[in-house]
Ligand binder design. Structure first.
Ligand code: NDP
Ligand code: 2IT
Length: 448
């Protein structure tokens, strides 16, 4: 899809010039602007208010040095980021990614996506994202703690329960959130809901751990049902083997599907009998081991080096839950050739633009990340509510709210796509529905 509207073409040119060397950010903005063409034509008032020029520019970008001392007594230096993208509808909200590939362009693309995603949840949350090029892999608990404390020493000056509320993402799980929360509390001498994804003993919400994966399946189930299909008996491939992948697998199985593959950045496992999930949880959540260890317990399963090959496994449904651009055109074509009917995204921006075109032109059902994986941040929003009222809800209460939110997100995407003449294109629906709420708020608040 190429832009046709001259105003949007000019805006995209400005974005490209201003963000040179940040291809992921440009990719994320391009996708959104392309689907907003009918909105721009129908809503000249939003163009007049300069909403689009403002929405593609982060409100604030913070970059800082993160010095820490490793186990050998040597000083290490990483770079920390927090991009406060948009606060039109609530405090900035979004995770912290710890991965060596992190640079400002990654954090900006994630922050931009988060603005629309958070809007779709119906909860009052603006968009933000943070992270560092620190790699927690292979580090001791002590090293991870010293890094997290140093990271939070600077970050604490910029966040707060009513200002900006970080959470987990790649490389940031319960352990890291715990260390960051502890340091924030020590620096500020206040116990607030400044982070979500906290442990259950200090303000975390039940079902937050499960929420992104469960939410992905709730969304996918709605999308399938609306198109006369179901998860029952389907063969599913899930990429990644982290937080999102594990709980996507769990809920897919609960719906009666068979998950046959998982991966990490080194390779993938294929177990045609169906994945042994308790083993994966033990290996990944408890022992922090690599996915290839799976075959030492299940020698009948296969392990293959390289993560891309996972998309050559025949499946009905593909759930990419690892990282950005993990499905390219070639992999998308193989999925289609092997009879895949559904791609629904647990990871953020896991499909390249060419892969998305391949899904849409071949009539696959496509659940875009900012709608399909919004269950994580939605449940973070529920954690914030519980923290504010100093109460905690049961697992069932939170899960039920999450389920309803995901149903509503699907409905919003479906309806917006229909209203703007793109029925069945849930990517367009998600972008339009997510955008409109933020845009109305920005217009109402004037030029800020
Ligand atoms: P985890 O750190 O728990 O797991 C990440 C998984 O993805 C690991 O298996 C990891 O393998 C793999 N992975 C990471 N980077 C790469 C890479 N460059 N190439 C191949 N594989 C890679 O993170 P999450 O499960 O939390 O996050 C997964 C995705 O879901 C991300 O895109 C994240 O932004 C998104 N997401 C997460 C939410 C959450 O609540 N956690 C909410 C919404 C979206 P390895 O161990 O080898 O690095
Ligand atoms: O990409 C995401 O939505 C997340 N990593 C979760 C963010 C959050 O604030 O829970």
């Amino acid at each position: 899809m190429a832009l046709k509207n001259q105003y949007l073409i000019d805006l995209m040119e400005t974005v490209k010039k201003r963000n040179m060397g940040e291809p992921e950010f440009i990719q994320a903005v391009t996708e959104v602007l392309e689907t907003l063409e009918p909105v721009v034509e129908k809503r000249p008032d939003l163009v007049e208010a300069g909403v689009l020029e403002r929405i593609v520019e982060p409100e604030r970008q913070i970059m800082f040095r993160v010095p820490w001392v490793d186990d050998n007594g040597k000083v290490q230096v990483n770079r920390g980021f927090r991009v406060q993208f948009n606060s039109a509808i609530g405090p900035y909200k979004g995770g912290i990614r710890l991965h060596p590939s992190v640079y400002i362009g990654i954090i900006k693309f994630l922050g931009f996506e988060q603005v629309f995603k958070n809007s779709l949840t119906t909860l009052p949350m603006g968009g933000g994202k943070g992270g560092s090029d620190f790699d927690p892999k292979g580090k001791s608990d002590g090293e991870v703690m010293r890094f997290c404390q140093s990271f939070m020493t600077e970050l604490s000056k910029h966040i707060g329960a009513d200002c900006d509320v970080p959470a987990g993402d790649i490389g940031t799980g319960a352990r890291e959130v715990g260390y960051m929360f502890g340091q924030y509390k020590r620096l500020r001498n206040e116990f607030t809901g400044v982070l979500t994804g906290k442990g259950l003993t200090y303000g975390g919400s039940l079902a937050r751990t499960e929420a992104t994966g469960y939410g992905l399946l709730y969304f996918t189930n709605e999308m399938l049902q609306a198109n006369g299909m179901s998860l029952e008996g389907k063969t599913v491939v899930v990429s990644g083997s982290g937080n999102v992948a594990i709980y996507a697998t769990e809920k897919a199985m609960a719906y009666g599907a068979k998950v046959v593959a998982l991966s990490d950045s080194n390779g993938y496992i294929y177990d045609k009998n169906g994945i042994d999930l308790p083993l994966v949880k033990q290996l990944k959540e408890v022992e922090r081991k690599r996915i290839k260890e799976y075959v030492t317990v299940h020698p009948e399963a296969e392990y293959h080096e390289g993560c891309k090959g996972i998309w050559t496994i025949p499946c009905d449904i593909a759930l990419p839950c690892a990282t950005q651009n993990e499905i390219d055109k070639e992999s998308a074509e193989i999925l289609v050739k092997n009879g895949c009917k559904v791609v629904s995204e647990g990871a953020n921006m896991p499909s390249t633009p060419e892969a998305i075109e391949t899904y849409l032109s071949n009539g696959l059902l496509y659940g875009p990340a900012k709608a399909a994986n919004a269950g994580g941040v939605a449940t973070s929003g529920l954690e914030m509510s519980q923290n504010s009222e100093r109460l905690s809800w049961t697992f069932e209460e939170v899960d039920e709210k999450l389920h309803n939110i995901m149903k509503n997100i699907f409905k919003s995407c479906d309806e917006a796509a229909k209203e703007y003449g793109m029925e069945g294109n849930y990517m367009a629906g998600a972008n339009i529905a997510g955008f409109l709420k933020v845009a109305e708020a920005m217009k109402a608040q004037g030029c800020v």
